[in-house]
Design a protein around this ligand. Structure first.
Ligand code: FE2
Length: 145
């Protein structure tokens, strides 16, 4: 996501949406650090593996950027693509936090819950931006009709 978010920010027309992607890029960098801290705190040796589901979601967003002209429709597609990623992250961090708690890894649980909170907040922010876009469109139609 740290590679995908700058692309989403560049593709967005709505400056608030671009800013949301940039803000989430910074948060995501912090989340990577938290993952490392969480793993370290458990003393469990973990192997890094590529997440193919995430790779697919990122690719889907990339396809939208290539296929849709820059503007409100692409913005809506970017929000949808980003929300799919956030929902996937929410599911993953939620599961990990629950497992860490069950295993008694208190520090890791806290770190994972902190990230989970950020992901949920980002998801809500994206919903708000999508709703604002829709009401702007409706306001425009009222003026022209
Ligand atoms: Fe995220």
């Amino acid at each position: 996501m740290t590679k995908a978010l700058p692309k989403l920010a560049r593709a967005a027309t709505n400056p608030d949406l671009a800013a949301a992607f940039t803000t989430h890029l910074e948060e995501t960098q912090g989340q990577i650090e938290r993952i490392d801290q969480a793993v370290e705190s458990t003393n469990v040796k973990l192997k890094r593996i590529k997440c193919v589901a995430m790779e697919g979601l990122v690719e889907e967003g990339q396809e939208q950027i290539e296929e849709i002209e820059k503007g409100p429709i692409l913005d809506a597609a970017l929000i949808a693509a980003a929300q799919k990623v956030e929902h996937y992250e929410i599911a993953t961090y939620g599961t990990l936090a629950a497992l860490a708690k069950k295993l008694g890894y208190t520090a890791a649980t806290q770190l994972l819950l902190e990230t989970l909170k950020e992901e949920k907040a980002t998801d809500e922010k994206l919903t708000l931006l999508a709703e604002q876009e829709v009401s702007k469109e409706q306001a425009g139609k009222k003026v022209t009709s």
